[in-house]
Design a protein around this ligand. Sequence first.
Ligand SMILES: CC(C)(COP(=O)(O)OP(=O)(O)OC[C@H]1O[C@@H](n2cnc3c(N)ncnc32)[C@H](O)[C@@H]1OP(=O)(O)O)[C@@H](O)C(=O)NCCC(=O)NCCS
Length: 174
Amino acid sequence: MKAPTIQGEKIYLRPLTAADAPRMTAWLNNPELTQYLTVEPPFTENQEREWVVSMEQSRTDLVFGVVAKDTNEHVGNIGLHHIDTGSRTAPIGIFIGAADMRGKGYGAEAVRLVVDYAHDKLKLDTIHSDIFAFNERSVALFSNAGFVRSEVRKDAHVKEGKSIDAVIYTYKCS
Ligand SMILES: CC(C)(COP(=O)(O)OP(=O)(O)OC[C@H]1O[C@@H](n2cnc3c(N)ncnc32)[C@H](O)[C@@H]1OP(=O)(O)O)[C@@H](O)C(=O)NCCC(=O)NCCS
């Protein structure tokens, strides 16, 4: 889906472009970040460019770059994936790529903007976040945004041979 630009206070959300691929590749090849994500590095710039195009062409995925307003720096990505217009449900995914950009309120604002867009424009009813149970910051982020812990999935993911429990946080838009 083609993403719109959405203005917030500290950040704005904008469509991703091929020019973002080198930055995204560096982020997603960093284990410090990917320890929290289901993705499996390594990634190449070409894969990231192709991914941007595939997201734009997808009928069920909507991704945004998160941009800090004070520096105009692209600091992370957020998106809704596998949007199901039948059940009006979608999973949400987010990362702030560089560690020194975390803890500044960017993630919280990005989640709020996407949840509002999902409700107001996409007419979705329920948003889920699938979080690794040890990821306390993400649990705090989604709890503060009004998501409610709805399920614990034991051994939901396997990463580097180790199984990881997941907690599912759910937001009811209406
Ligand atoms: C999780 C993530 C998206 C949160 O975004 P962020 O911009 O760092 O978070 P914010 O600054 O908006 O803070 C959100 C909440 O996290 C909590 N938090 C912030 N820093 C924290 C820390 N170091 N430890 C624990 N909780 C923390 C706070 O409760 C904060 O809420 P507050 O508004 O009450 O202070 C970001 O840290 C990140 O990308 N982490 C790595 C990838 C990841 O975990 N993605 C999510 C996968 S489900």
